[in-house]
Design a protein around this ligand. Structure first.
Ligand code: URA
Length: 209
């Protein structure tokens, strides 16, 4: 398959403008995938931005990211750290349409080419939301934003990017598949990570004007 052309100008002047450009994307490699475009949910003034992988079945139906089982778990994790998922957080994905499944699966992971096509839009959302903290859930989000994967090594570590503090965390779907709460289990590591996120967020908020 040939590389998609990226038609969007590099910068938009508002979130509304980038959202409307996303809705009008040309050469979208997932143009025929899913029945809905699924871009974001939450508060655009939020200081915490979460970037996931791709919409799944429920997200495709409702047109909002993270509203299925993984999203419900994500909301619980946020609430456990005293974040209100509607007020304190803005949530988006690395690609904005559900990649069609194969082998009888409802959906598949986005390909490298799909991630690359959407990347400039994801970066524009990051720039225009301008949060204090960005969380990347799982390898696809790390690949989109950091051009790196290896979530087991990357998770829980802070990086700075374009003036934002950014931390990779496990994807909630991974936690659904690994329900143990034993020390060093994915769930217990997630709890460590979200507590650290709360600490950093409070610290940054206290020092911002
Ligand atoms: N998983 C994701 O990464 N994003 C969603 O929107 C739903 C499930």
């Amino acid at each position: 398959m040939s590389q998609p052309e990226f038609n969007a100008p590099p910068k938009y002047s508002s979130l509304e403008e980038v959202l409307s450009a996303i809705r009008g994307m040309k050469n979208d490699p997932l143009a025929n995938a899913g029945t809905n475009i699924v871009i974001s949910r939450g508060n655009s003034q939020a200081k915490l931005l979460i970037i996931g992988e791709a919409p799944g079945t429920q997200e495709n139906i409702q047109g909002k990211p993270f509203v299925g089982p993984a999203g419900q778990l994500l909301d619980k994790i946020l609430q456990a750290a005293n974040f209100n998922p509607e007020k304190d957080v803005y949530i988006t994905n690395s690609v904005f349409r559900m990649p069609p499944g194969d082998d009888g699966k409802a959906f598949r992971k986005p390909t490298d080419q799909e991630i690359e096509y959407y990347r400039p839009y994801v970066f524009e959302i990051m720039r225009l939301i301008d949060p204090l903290v960005i969380l990347l859930t799982g390898n696809v989000a790390c690949q989109s934003v950091l051009k790196k994967s290896g979530i087991t090594t990357l998770r829980g570590k802070w990086t700075q990017l374009d003036g934002h503090w950014l931390m990779p965390i496990f994807h909630p779907s991974y936690l659904l598949r690994n329900p143990s709460r034993e020390p060093y289990s994915p769930k217990s590591l997630m709890w460590d990570d979200i507590r650290e996120v709360r600490r950093k967020y409070d610290d940054l908020l206290a020092n911002s004007v």
